[in-house]
Design a protein around this ligand. Structure first.
Ligand SMILES: NC(=O)c1ccc[n+]([C@@H]2O[C@H](COP(=O)([O-])OP(=O)(O)OC[C@H]3O[C@@H](n4cnc5c(N)ncnc54)[C@H](O)[C@@H]3O)[C@@H](O)[C@H]2O)c1
Length: 337
């Protein structure tokens, strides 16, 4: 049993990981400022602190009070389009505040950290599938900020003996029961399509249908959020030695935008009106992971990432979105004054 601090544990991926850790008997402590997350998504057994990762006093308190062994760092600003028009908050949260947190961890002797990085660190790939050695040339400030923090972590591993795993997620998707994607605003394809299926949006816009792909629309690698959570659990078992390792989390199989639209239509039984628009700047034709390193070194195998299962679980979560009883029994924590 480990005592894990989960930053951003009220968000989409962080909440599913927190639940998975709790199910496996670990003690979970969540810090989240609820800027994008939902209090009811935090597992009832977890201790919860509403606060910012840049709040060093809070961090020091939480790490000391709970005897934290390792940190799973999900908290971030993560909307790519926003990072293009307004990069400052991305560098502030994803680099400056994250660095402040890291310094508290160093001072407290907590040296195990799993970091949610992203495929956006690769930018526009020159070859596919993408392995971890591919060039890192982010095409937006979000990717820049994530790569900057990866590099800080690599330095901390070599100089201060930190044990760090950086997971570069491709398209996180699907739901785990009552825990799923609920971003506001939403920018991800599957929840947007489910909005259309539910009648909450009139149509779905396809940005570009003249890419060099079989049906002309972009290809992306979708990985179920539960498979992401399980990679984190596997990482935890391998964090006894200092060092920095980066792993892609993707399946190695990609689907086109039109294939995703068709699957959503099939699963929901609803017609999805489509509107075709021009390409968006910086959207690569194909983004597909080579997950070989994760499979070989951590023994990871995606068990939930078939597109149909992803859409079915996301649809079932979408239909359940209602005031939740998950708050009941939750452990509320406050900082000692
Ligand atoms: N969802 C994806 O497809 C995807 C892909 C690649 C990487 N990632 C990375 O995975 C992580 C989780 O993504 P997500 O989709 O769950 O995002 P999310 O927005 O649902 O979750 C992020 C959580 O962090 C919290 N947060 C943000 N800034 C904070 C701060 N300064 N202090 C405390 N809490 C703060 C938010 O309230 C939210 O609950 C992020 O780091 C993101 O960059 C996600």
């Amino acid at each position: 049993m480990a005592r894990i601090l989960v930053t951003g544990g009220a968000g989409y991926v962080g909440s599913v990981c927190s639940a998975e850790l709790a199910t496996r008997g670990h003690r979970v402590v969540v810090i989240d400022n609820l800027s994008a997350g939902h209090r009811h998504a935090v597992p009832p057994s977890a201790a919860f602190y509403e606060g910012d990762i840049g709040d060093t006093e809070l961090l020091r308190h939480v790490v000391g009070a709970h005897g934290i062994d390792a940190v799973f760092h999900f908290a971030a600003k993560a909307l790519i389009p926003e990072s293009v028009t307004d990069p400052a908050p991305f560098f502030r949260v994803n680099v400056v505040s994250a660095f402040a947190m890291l310094e508290v961890l160093r001072a407290c002797g907590v040296k195990k950290l799993v970091f949610s990085s992203t495929a956006a660190v690769y930018g526009i790939p020159t070859a596919t599938p993408i392995d971890e050695e591919a060039a890192k040339l982010p095409a937006n400030s979000y990717g820049d900020s994530k790569l900057a923090f990866e590099r800080i972590l690599a330095s901390y591993a070599s100089a201060y003996g930190f044990s760090v795993v950086a997971f570069r997620y491709f398209n996180a998707s699907g739901a785990a029961g009552s825990l799923g994607e609920d971003h506001r605003p939403e920018t991800h394809i599957i929840p947007l399509l489910l909005d259309v299926a539910s009648g909450d949006r009139p149509e779905f816009t396809i940005y570009g249908d003249d890419y060099p792909t079989p049906d002309g629309t972009c290809l992306r690698d979708y990985v179920h959020v539960l498979d992401i959570a399980r990679a984190h659990v596997l990482a935890l078992d391998r964090m006894d030695c200092p060092g920095f390792s980066a792993y892609n989390i993707g399946t190695g199989k990609s689907y086109s935008v039109l294939e995703v639209c068709a699957t959503v239509s099939e699963v929901t039984g609803r017609h999805i009106p489509l509107r075709r628009s021009g390409r968006r700047l910086g959207d690569p034709a194909v983004l597909c992971a080579d997950p070989g390193k994760l499979v070989r070194q951590l023994g990871w195998a995606p068990q939930n990432s078939g597109l149909r299962n992803i859409v079915e679980t996301a649809w079932s979560h979408r239909r359940s979105l209602a005031p939740s009883a998950a708050m009941e029994g939750a452990v509320e924590c406050e900082v000692d004054a």
